[in-house]
Ligand binder design. Structure first.
Ligand code: ADP
Ligand code: GLC
Length: 487
């Protein structure tokens, strides 16, 4: 199986969220199952070609791509995902990718990813490499199925090529003014109210991808159901229901070379369930790093997150002050994003300097320290397609408290006093009261060491490695390829 994996971010080169983790680990797991995977992404200014041993492809220089009225050329660099045979191709076009961040709100954001997707096809053509399947991820690469039907259909190279679109987050849809259709090199025939390209008067990359992709998947089973409802579908639930027969939920795996307490290269002290006592060293180091006092008996809560509305910190806002005044607890936060949440956590650190530590920004090592050092992990997301941090937390014996939605519902099982089951705590109603009650319930059990250890054990014994999920992807790839070939 030859797979072209197209993505806008990938560990270890560029990351803003979980898509980068998935892009950096799923292709490796697929390669271990025998797939030949080539990964394609932009060469952002932040990616140092030297550090990653990238090679300049002399055979692929100055290739032109026309976006609307402008033509720019690109070069190609390539390398391998660390410790794997997966080839990574970087599309080098400074005009589009030398910007301060990975994503921008610049007026040509649509052009940046239109360019990327055409560039991938051009590289495939130059190499005459016909993928059995193109795996697209989120709106940034969701036009590729459309291009296969509307722009590159003349090329026999792709006559057998199938497409899969994975939705990592339906709330980012790539909606642009209708002029973007012209920039994309498409016709206006499918742009009419309710049509394949149209959503509320805009050209919607994600919708077009959903209509044209051979199969569609998302990153947990629960989210696959949720996005077919108005409450979670972000106005695409109708089209997702229409394509419900081709929509699958496959839970993400995690890279257990990077994220496992026994092997984690970043944390002060490695440990596993048999040596769980050693986790305390990480707690001590974490609290010291934030200038907070260490006390084994005081529960430390951790947060590592993009600070956006999705993540549910508005549920914490009205109750955190009260919790900190009335209960012995500590909180360590790593995140960045919307001002209102950054201000809220800064306020908490300023008001409770001996109990709350906050780092606003992005910090890879600190993320690992919090997973290893905290006792509990907070993830009250309003919606969560999969979520990786709750899986990291489970493996690290850092008991998660989550809102029961999407991938959180599929991985965190609420502890029941009487059943002796459960690996964490979850609540159903997305309200501050429900979160409050769940935090209190968890804190009470934290002080019952035997029960707590059992909860930790069930989490630490979980298997979140990619192998199982990669097998499901491979089955879906074949199914999609067979559909395309008409048998
Ligand atoms: P999402 O993709 O919606 O942000 P996920 O839980 O799937 O949510 O993935 C988030 C990933 O980004 C995790 O690997 C997490 O550790 C990481 N992350 C988020 N914020 C930060 C931050 N401020 N510093 C370091 N890592 C972060
Ligand atoms: C998105 C989702 C997150 C998911 C990640 C990787 O960013 O918000 O829940 O884990 O993609 O699939």
């Amino acid at each position: 199986m030859k797979v072209c994996f197209a993505t806008s971010e990938c560990v270890p080169y560029a990351k803003t969220g979980g898509l980068a983790d998935v892009s950096g680990s799923l292709p490796k797991a697929l390669a271990e199952l025998g797939c030949e995977v080539k990964l394609f992404m932009p060469l952002y200014a932040s990616i140092p070609t030297l550090d990653h041993d990238l090679v300049f492809a002399t055979e692929l220089q100055d290739i032109p791509v026309t976006v609307g009225d402008h033509t720019h050329t690109f070069n190609v660099w390539y390398g391998h995902l660390p410790d794997s045979p997966v080839e990574v191709y970087f599309i080098d076009c400074p005009h589009y990718y030398h910007r301060p961040g990975v994503y921008t709100s610049d007026p040509d954001e649509d052009e940046r990813y239109i360019f990327l997707q055409h560039a991938v096809f051009k590289i495939l053509q130059r190499y005459a490499w016909a993928p059995d399947l193109i795996h697209c991820n989120d709106w940034q690469t969701s036009l590729m199925p459309v291009y296969l039907h509307k722009v590159y259909h003349w090329d026999r190279l792709f006559h057998q090529t199938a497409t899969l679109l994975t939705i990592h987050n339906i709330s980012y849809q790539g909606r642009f003014p209708s002029a973007s259709i012209y920039k994309a090199g498409l016709q206006y025939d499918l742009f009419y109210p309710g049509g394949p390209y149209e959503l509320h008067g805009a050209f919607c990359f994600m919708k077009a991808g959903i209509v044209f992709a051979g199969s569609i998947s998302t990153v947990s089973e629960t989210y696959a159901h949720e996005i077919q409802t108005p409450a979670f579908g972000a106005d695409l639930d109708g089209i997702l229901r229409a394509r419900g027969g081709d929509l699958y939920g496959i839970l993400n795996g995690i890279d257990t070379d990077l994220w496992h307490p026994a092997r984690d290269p970043y944390i002060p002290q490695n440990y596993d369930f048999a040596s769980l006592r050693k986790k305390q060293k990480n707690k001590r180091a974490l609290l010291e790093r934030f200038g907070l006092e260490y006390d084994e008996k005081v529960p430390t809560f951790g947060i590592v997150s993009r600070l956006t509305g999705q993540k549910g910190f508005d549920l914490l806002q009205p109750i955190l002050g009260d919790l900190l005044v009335h209960h012995k607890m500590q909180l360590v936060v790593l995140g960045s994003g919307e001002r209102r949440f950054e201000d809220f956590f800064n306020w908490a650190a300023a008001t409770f300097p001996d109990r709350v530590g906050v780092y606003i920004g992005y910090h890879e090592e600190l993320a690992h320290w919090i997973e290893a050092g905290a006792d509990l992990f907070l993830m009250p997301s309003h919606f969560e397609p999969c979520g990786l941090n709750q899986m990291y937390s489970l493996l690290y014996g850092t008991v998660p408290i989550v809102h029961r939605t999407g991938g959180l519902a599929d991985t965190v099982h609420d502890f029941h006093e009487f059943g002796g089951q459960g690996n964490g705590f979850s609540f159903y109603d997305a309200t501050p009261d429900a979160l409050y009650a769940t935090i209190l319930r968890a804190m009470a059990l934290f002080h019952e060491p035997e029960t707590w250890r059992e909860i930790q054990r069930r989490g630490m014994m979980s298997d979140f490695s990619w192998k199982r999920s990669a097998e499901k992807y491979l089955d879906l790839y074949w199914h999609t390829v067979h559909k395309r070939r008409g048998h």
